[in-house]
Design a protein around this ligand. Structure first.
Ligand code: HEM
Length: 401
């Protein structure tokens, strides 16, 4: 039987058989190694994401002691200060206040206006790849596209963008299960450097505002006192990190899946009108963010089991996306799949604010690769990143002949 073991190479290579086993054994499982309750079925994940008895944080209602937890070590404080003031780790009313301010920049209509810019950039990146006869799809296309788009939206000058990816990678290490001290030290250093950089940028934009999101957040802080200085910094970091990390992985996981299903890739090459359903199916088939956690703020019951206040629930998005109760033949890649209520963008109050933008970016890079690199093929078997929560590849070597 396939075992749920998020550190085992065989599980990381293909976690889906272990999820099937978990789903068949029940709706909730206590997992001792991480002291979490695993929830593998789609209906439960979907309901829990909307359940206000759970929270991304508990600190709006309880102290660490009240909640039976210990405060993180003082040495990790810069990471937690940065992380805990971003909307993803806040609950109402703070979450509502910040999300409202930011959401104007991410409505489907606003994002639609970015389409020509995103398409042009995707085209240029793919042309470069074609001219070189191939390269690494990750560093040549998947990564520069969303990094440039979110940096442009925030108003980060091009000359300042090089450290964004390493800062993000170091901070995101903390979102894996049981991060090591070394991972924490890297995240702390990146948090300090990233925050210092943004403080400088904010000071510059305050003197000389632009038509960008950072200037918009400064106005909200200065005029209406609707955002603290720390919330402003945390919001920028969250947007910059969330704004590219999963999109990069969705792009390379998606193409890796296409290369392993040549008949599906051929169908897509023959009919580009499949791009929108292909984007959704690839995000379902190999889910870029495999797990999200919630704290139990008030006791809940799942299938007769009481999960008590103070416990932590781990919702298995990759498993929910392969649940046969919701998806016909869930382990089959079907780019024409119509009824596809995948949960890759979450649900409830933390539903991904960048989903419309991510969809535009994924469709733009796919469109550009299909049109401008019709002979794109795999040059070497890729290596999986040794991470579970953020599922990606070290690179994706391709050729264009
Ligand atoms: C394929 C790409 C993406 C995926 C799979 C993805 C997935 C997610 C998920 C699952 C959540 C919610 C986590 C939870 O419920 O605990 C989330 C939240 C968020 N995402 Fe995305 N995301 C993607 C792209 C983006 C982009 C392009 C942005 C752009 C700025 C973005 C910004 C955010 C923000 C700010 C939140 C926090 C929302 C809140 O807490 O209210 N994401 N994303």
């Amino acid at each position: 039987m396939a075992a749920f073991d998020p550190w085992a190479p065989a599980f990381l290579a293909d976690p889906y058989p272990a999820y099937a086993e978990l789903r068949s054994r029940g709706r909730v499982h206590y997992y001792e190694p991480t002291d979490q309750w695993l929830v593998p079925r789609h209906a439960d994940v979907s309901a829990l994401l909307r359940d206000r008895r759970l929270g991304r944080t508990y600190q709006h209602r309880f102290t660490h002691e009240d909640f039976g937890r210990t405060a993180p070590p003082a040495a990790h404080e810069p990471f937690h200060t940065l992380n805990d003031h971003g909307m993803l780790d806040l609950e109402p009313p703070d979450h509502t206040r910040i999300r409202r301010l930011v959401s104007k920049a991410f409505t489907p209509r606003t994002v639609e206006q970015l389409k020509p810019y995103v398409s042009q950039l995707a085209g240029e990146l793919v042309d470069g790849l074609v001219q070189r006869g191939g390269g690494d799809l990750l560093t040549d296309v998947a990564e520069p596209l969303p990094v440039a788009v979110i940096a442009e939206m925030l108003g980060i000058p091009e000359s300042d963008r090089a450290p964004l990816r390493p800062w993000s990678a170091d901070i995101c290490g903390m979102y894996e299960l049981s991060p090591s001290e070394e991972t924490a030290a890297k995240a702390v250093r990146a948090s300090v450097e990233f925050s210092d950089y943004l403080l400088e940028l904010i000071a510059a934009r305050r003197k000389e505002p632009g038509d960008d999101l950072v200037s918009g957040l400064i106005a909200a802080h200065d005029e209406g006192d609707r955002l603290t200085e720390q919330e402003m910094i945390s919001t920028c970091v969250l947007l910059l990190n969330a704004g590219h990390e999963a999109t990069v992985n969705a792009t390379v996981n998606g193409w890796w899946a296409l290369f392993r299903h040549p008949e599906q890739l051929a169908a897509l090459r023959a009919d580009h009108s499949l791009i929108p359903s292909a984007v959704e199916e690839l995000m379902r088939y190999d889910t870029p963010l495999q797990l999200f956690e919630r704290w139990v703020l008030d006791d809940i019951e799942i299938d007769g089991t009481t999960v008590p206040r103070g416990a932590e629930i781990a919702m298995l998005f990759g498993s929910a996306n392969h649940d046969p109760d919701v998806f016909t033949d869930p382990d089959r890649l079907d780019l024409t799949r119509k009824d596809n209520p995948h949960i890759s963008f979450s649900a409830g109050i933390h539903y991904c604010i960048g989903a419309p933008l991510a969809r535009i970016e994924l469709a733009a890079s796919m469109g550009a690769l299909l049109e401008r690199a019709p002979t794109l093929s795999l040059a070497a078997e890729p290596v999986r990143k040794p991470n579970f929560v953020i599922r990606g590849l070290e690179g994706l070597s391709v050729e264009v002949r």
